[in-house]
Design a protein around this ligand. Structure first.
Ligand code: GN1
Ligand code: MG
Length: 331
């Protein structure tokens, strides 16, 4: 492994010898490593999963376009810095290199003040990209967040699992938001695409958000799904890999903390709450599909993991339904 990292280090013209290689295993898709050189600098080396992102160059083009837009329109926003190879490329054999940002991420968050700040940070990202033309971005995963398409894939598979029937019964309700966009009732806009709790970095000293990370899925999409994804992960009591379903639930104080932060930056309330249910059910559908197809999309550490994740998200969706009118009233 060290030899490979030496080759990558040289390709990106980084000075210094490698002292430490630390695998970062939180991401569900790519292979990610933190590399410390003897110069004291710390980098992230990441191999793009080309099974998921078929065109890694398009991913980098989207990220760079978004970064240059934000540099101009939201200069206060922290932007990830990617290195170029000697040939001026951002990828070397599908590996990319960025500066490590000092900070920490959370799989779940319990501190209401931090959740409120997270709502502001994600809401500010939403506001910052809202003026950008989404037609300039490439669709790097076909059918990404197309809830109908995910349902069709799942329901084409044969399975006698009870989870299949629960999901089938939710199909129309879960596809409502997605259908509104597809009918042209709302415009597709630039979205982050993966606004979950662990994609926000907090500063180690101040515990304030410092950077919205993981811009791989920045593309034209449904902005309300960004809100939905963030509530799904921030307002949840446990992480999506929790197997004990009795612990899965949604916290109204957490929801309120997040939503007030978001709305202070971007006050459009239309379809925000239905999107929380939709994106949660969609993720359950995606996990169950992957489980039934032999775990070809999400990284797993044991064979039942995607089924456990699907069950977790189904339970969370049930809890979201119970609180839906309360959430609407709060908005
Ligand atoms: C994946 O790679 P990661 O963990 O940032 C997935 C998201 C899911 C998320 C669930 C490209 O994101 O859509 O919501 O897992 N990313 C892709 O944790 O499919
Ligand atoms: Mg991601």
């Amino acid at each position: 492994m060290k030899e490979l990292f030496q080759t990558i280090r040289k390709a990106f013209r980084l000075e210094g010898e490698i002292l430490e290689i630390l695998p970062l295993t939180d991401g569900g898709i790519h292979g990610t490593y933190q590399i410390r050189l003897d110069t004291g600098k710390i980098y992230i080396f990441q191999q793009i999963n080309t099974g998921v992102f078929r065109n890694p160059d398009a991913v980098m083009r989207n990220i760079r376009k978004t970064a240059s837009y934000l540099k101009e329109h939201a200069p206060e926003m922290r932007i990830l810095h990617f290195y170029q190879t000697g040939q001026g490329e951002y990828l070397f054999q599908n590996w990319r290199v960025m500066d490590a940002i000092d900070g920490y991420s959370l799989k779940t968050c319990t501190n209401l003040h931090q959740i409120h700040q997270a709502g502001k940070a994600f809401g500010a990202f939403r506001k910052a990209v809202s003026g950008m033309d989404s037609a300039g971005l490439e669709q790097t995963i076909s059918g990404f967040h197309d809830t109908r398409a995910y349902f069709q894939n799942l329901l084409n598979l044969k399975s006698s699992l009870p989870e299949m029937e629960i999901l089938r019964s939710w199909q129309e309700q879960a596809c409502f938001v997605c259908d509104c966009y597809r009918k042209g009732e709302l415009p597709f806009q630039v979205t982050h695409g993966d606004m979950k709790c662990s994609n926000l970095l907090f500063d180690r000293q101040t515990n304030q958000p410092t950077a919205v990370i993981d811009w791989d899925t920045v593309m034209s999409g449904m902005p309300v799904y960004d809100f939905g994804d963030a509530v799904r992960s921030f307002a949840s009591n446990v992480s999506s890999s929790e197997p004990d379903l009795s612990r899965v639930g949604i916290s109204m104080p957490k929801f309120e903390a997040f939503a007030t932060g978001w709305l202070s930056e971007h006050p459009d309330r239309n379809l925000l709450i239905p999107a929380v249910f939709s994106v949660t059910v969609e993720l359950a559908v995606r996990y169950l599909t992957d489980y039934l197809q032999g775990n070809i999309y999400f990284r797993i550490t044991h064979p039942e993991q995607n089924l456990i994740r699907a069950r977790n998200q189904i339970r969370l969706a049930q809890e979201i339904l119970k609180h839906q009118s309360e959430m609407e009233e709060f908005l």
